[in-house]
Design a protein around this ligand. Structure first.
Ligand SMILES: N[C@@H](CCC(=O)N[C@@H](CS)C(=O)NCC(=O)O)C(=O)O
Length: 204
């Protein structure tokens, strides 16, 4: 019997969106719970590590977004059974965590000048360097997708991160910095043009 799933996160894409997209693409029903700051503060003490997202599987609360992505990838056929193929998917998912961690300090910084300086370094040095390395890796491997030749949760994780940049919502980071990387852009586009992703994005 299919498990009952409830995914709780903020009203944002953030660390929950790859799992949401996987469930949407796979046609797996889930309860998509989104809390605001006030609701989170009330919920926080009941959360295993005081953080979101949490995925409840038949009532059992599971933390850690990457573990959740792997699990829903398995449920939806978006995570390979072959160990080496799975390793490639995990590599890409962890890479996205590292990319996210590059940005997080600039989200937290309260001093406007320091924040702007951090964003300038990200936009002009750090992110182009990382995107260039990802592009080189995708080019050298000749894959059509993020971690092989099939759509996996790695694509959804990379897509979610790259769209954060491409949507131009991070002040000081121009959306165009992705344009220098054609292979990376193609991986992002392949997810963005997926009919179920289009439908999902139109609704959210
Ligand atoms: N390693 C965790 C990190 C979770 C995390 O940092 N969650 C943030 C939101 S993106 C959070 O709940 N922040 C609120 C807090 O820590 O009070 C994961 O990947 O799920």
């Amino acid at each position: 019997m299919a498990p009952s799933l409830k995914l709780t996160y903020f009203e944002a894409r953030g660390r929950a969106e790859p799992a949401r997209l996987a469930l949407c693409i796979g046609g797996v029903d889930f309860e998509d719970v989104r809390v605001n700051g006030e609701q989170f503060e009330k919920l926080k003490t009941s959360l295993p590590f005081g953080q979101l997202p949490v995925l409840e599987v038949d009532g059992e609360v599971i933390t850690q977004s990457i573990a959740q992505q792997i699990y829903v990838g398995k449920l939806t056929g978006l995570y390979p059974q072959d160990p080496l193929a799975a390793l490639r998917v995990d590599e890409c998912q962890m890479l996205v965590v590292d990319l996210t961690d590059l940005i997080v300090p600039s989200l937290i910084e309260q001093d406007a000048d320091k924040k702007a300086a951090m964003r300038k370094t990200l936009a002009e040095e750090t992110l182009p360097k990382w995107f260039g390395m990802i592009e080189a890796r995708l080019q050298s491997r000749g894959w059509s997708h993020a971690a092989g030749n099939e759509l996996t949760v790695a694509d959804l994780a990379l897509y979610n991160f790259m769209m954060w940049i491409k949507r131009g919502v991070l002040d000081g980071i121009p959306s165009t910095i992705v344009d220098a990387c054609p292979k990376l852009s193609a991986v992002v586009e392949a997810v963005d043009s997926h009919p179920k992703v289009k439908e999902w994005n139109a609704k959210h």
